[in-house]
Design a protein around this ligand. Structure first.
Ligand code: AVI
Length: 316
């Protein structure tokens, strides 16, 4: 059986931890990608609608805040290309105002990039698009060799799935090669009432439950594990003091799981929880704390009409 050694190591290390944990970056196999699309379309998951509203209604103001000279070429770089449904509002406005720019979506998945390019070249035939497949930091490093001004997008509150220490490191690395006029547009979910946040991760139709349980199925398929998926319950919490939603899978019974690939067994007590994902919620203070070592600062902030979500503009 061919398998991904890093996937095996990361999942088994997490299951050996106390308390147990699994890395949420492994949610996104083919099925996980599809379930995430369903999540973004569900009524409880306000994050997508809120950020779309910001881009739709405030594209002009966002672009003005970049203070870019229309005659000088610049690069609009997106980390994690996605399907472009939000970014398209910025792209349309930039084209409409005749800015001189190229759009460089970066993603680890060539499939995601191919879909995005097809979609955008149909909708925006005048767009100069240069997809880059690979690791964010390696590509950012390559791109820093030219002296074009850079606007880097990291949206969708993807930062929120990183613990604060790792998020701070990530922001420091992304902005390390920034020159004076370069900017990071960072989209993050804001702290708000308990119920609204918890519902976004505990939807009635149990789509988010499927999203979490799919990782157990993925380990069965790819690592020869024998998780009985029905023996685990999706059990999310919102820790208001910490400002983070946390998704757990709770073991419904005393049980053992065997990985045939390397003959390892993991035991789960009844009610024992596996931490699957954190989804951090932010405010200015939280973000400022993360930025301390990065050398960039908040220059502008755009929020939706309910103040649920924010797109921050950060620069040196
Ligand atoms: C990708 N990320 C920002 C999502 C979030 O809100 O943390 C992933 C997600 N997990 C459950 N629902 C959505």
């Amino acid at each position: 059986m061919e398998y991904n050694a890093q996937f095996l190591e990361d999942t088994q290390n997490g299951l050996s931890d106390s308390p147990k944990r699994l890395p949420s970056r492994y949610f996104y196999d083919k099925i996980g990608d599809k379930i995430f699309q369903e999540i973004m379309a569900m009524p409880e998951y306000y994050l997508t609608n809120s950020e779309t509203e910001i881009f739709k209604i405030q594209a002009k103001e966002i672009i003005n805040s970049w203070k870019i000279d229309k005659d000088i070429p610049f690069e609009l770089i997106e980390l994690g290309a996605g399907d472009g449904t939000k970014t398209i509002f910025l792209l349309e406005e930039l084209l409409h105002q005749n800015y001189n720019f190229s759009y460089l979506p970066i993603d680890i998945s060539q499939n995601v990039l191919d879909d995005l390019v097809n979609n955008l070249s149909e909708k925006l035939p005048d767009l100069k698009i240069e997809p880059k497949q690979g690791d964010y930091f390696m590509i950012l490093d390559e791109l820093s060799q030219d002296d074009k001004q850079k606007i880097v997008l990291f949206i969708g509150s993807n930062l929120g799935n990183l613990e604060d220490k790792i998020a701070a490191e990530f922001l420091k690395n992304v902005t390390a090669s920034f020159r004076n006029k370069d900017k990071l547009l960072l989209g993050v979910d804001l702290k708000k009432d308990f119920k609204t946040i918890l519902q976004a991760y505990n939807d009635e139709s149990k789509i988010t439950a499927r999203f979490n349980l799919n990782l157990l199925q993925r380990m069965n398929n790819e690592l020869g594990a024998n998780f009985i998926v029905e023996n685990f319950l999706h059990d999310p919490e919102y820790d208001e003091e910490e400002g983070a939603a946390k998704s757990y899978l709770k073991s419904l019974t005393n049980q053992s799981v065997h990985f045939s690939i390397n003959d390892k067994v993991f035991h789960f007590e009844k009610d024992e929880k596996i931490l699957m994902e954190i989804s951090r919620k932010y405010d200015d203070d939280v973000l400022n704390n993360l930025l301390i070592d990065s050398g960039v600062q908040i220059k502008a902030k755009f929020v939706d009409s309910r103040s649920y979500f924010a797109d921050y503009i950060l620069e040196k």
